[in-house]
Write a protein that binds this ligand. Structure first.
Ligand code: SF4
Ligand code: SF4
Length: 384
């Protein structure tokens, strides 16, 4: 195996990589359900192009060229992993000041000193806080800002728009989007109607709702770039086994091939995870395994929140139920103890999980039939 000029392993010539791709093919053949090559009947084949020699596409009307898998920094605190991802060709990289207690943006800052011109830089920040972030990132410009917002009220805020326009006029940012955990078709349609946002970072925790997928399709038609998050197996930052690789490859393929995402924003916190995603890119996101995906989806029933939004505003005590369940997931599945505690501490005082009166209303309407009372209690025990 050779090394490139930066001293990293040259994965393009790696025997291990060939074996890994061989594994994806072999697994597919054994299960008799695979399709290698562009996803059959999808928009992927027509749109396919390359970015840095990897499968790529254009991020909607932003015109930015990106790879089909992007680097999510929520698990990242090591500059070396990001250096390697960029040098291997991954184009869009994303971080937030809150990730890893500030260590993620710090690591990104070290990398941006020499790699800024190689990437599309996306930051989870509001425009009024952008200067602070740019300083940490050792750059004077972010291509995209994506603050978290989950309601029509939030995305319609004229002050936010004004602040963004000021930052854009000052040459500090190119495009505005938002990160959304609530799969509400009405919210997505409102985004399209506003015509202001160019990008959405959307939770794909549940792809079983046709109304949600159709709303995403309307966004794509309107030229809005879609970044998919949270649609992959949990704990994918740890050393993945073969089953996890096959499942992850298939889910990535479906997100870009069937469910309208331009790119999958994968949380990459280790060299092993990076290698897995690089291998998946090398298969041109052509590995499809519906059986494995279906089993995975079934395993989420009763265990994981779909972020469908059905319980929003339902609790008589005013609890942000799905948010609290998500913070519990950050703690339990991603191992992000501090980040989860910080998020939990920011829920309105008097509205944390300890104020649940166990009326059971939320459980009756929960799409995934989650034991929410028990999960909320556990969230409070872990995060308070
Ligand atoms: S069970 Fe608790 S969280 Fe659910 S609706 Fe009732 S008070 Fe709210
Ligand atoms: S807790 Fe249940 S109803 Fe609420 S967002 Fe999650 S899956 Fe949907």
């Amino acid at each position: 195996m050779s090394e490139n000029r930066n001293g990293y392993r040259d994965y393009h010539n790696s025997t291990k990589l060939v074996n890994r791709r061989g594994f994806l093919k072999t697994t597919a053949a054994a299960l008799g359900v695979a399709a290698m090559g562009a996803y059959p009947g999808s928009a992927l084949a027509a749109e396919e192009s390359t970015a840095n020699g990897l499968p790529g596409t254009v991020l909607g009307r932003t015109g930015l060229k990106i790879t089909r898998i992007s680097f999510g920094g929520i698990l990242s605190s090591e500059p070396s992993v990001l250096f390697r991802a960029i040098d291997q060709g991954i184009r869009l990289v994303h971080t937030s000041p809150g990730y890893q207690n500030g260590r993620s943006i710090e690591a990104f800052g070290k990398v941006m000193k020499t790699r800024r011109d190689k990437v599309v830089l996306a930051v989870k920040v509001r425009p009024e806080k952008l200067d602070e972030c740019l300083e940490k990132l050792n750059t004077d410009y972010a291509d995209i800002i994506i603050p978290p917002m989950d309601s029509i009220q939030e995305i319609s805020d004229p002050v936010l728009r004004e602040n963004f326009e000021k930052a854009k006029a000052a040459g500090k940012v190119g495009h505005m989007g938002f990160a959304c955990h609530t799969q509400s078709p009405a919210l997505l349609d409102k985004m399209r109607e506003l015509g202001f946002y160019d990008i959405i970072l959307m939770s794909y925790s549940d792809t079983g709702n046709p109304a949600f997928i159709d709303a995403l399709g309307r966004l794509r038609e309107a030229g809005i770039g879609i970044l998919a998050m949270k649609g992959l197996p949990k704990r994918s930052s740890l050393k993945p086994d073969e089953k996890e690789i096959a499942l992850t490859a298939s889910l990535c393929t479906s997100m870009v091939g069937k469910y309208n995402a331009n790119t999958v924003l994968a949380s990459i916190g280790s060299f092993q995870a990076l290698e897995m995603y690089y291998d998946i890119l090398e298969t041109k996101l052509g590995y499809s395994n519906p059986v494995l995906e279906e089993r995975y989806r079934a395993s989420l029933e009763g265990n994981y929140c779909a972020m469908c939004g059905n319980c929003t505003g339902l609790c008589p005590q005013g609890l942000q139920i799905s948010n609290i369940i998500r913070f519990r997931m950050y703690r339990q599945d991603y191992g992000l103890a501090e980040y989860a505690k910080t998020k939990y501490a920011a829920v309105s005082p008097g509205c944390d999980a300890s104020s649940c009166r166990e009326c059971g209303l939320c459980e009756i309407s929960c799409t995934r039939k989650l034991p929410l009372r028990q999960m909320l209690k556990e969230a409070h025990r872990l995060l308070a």
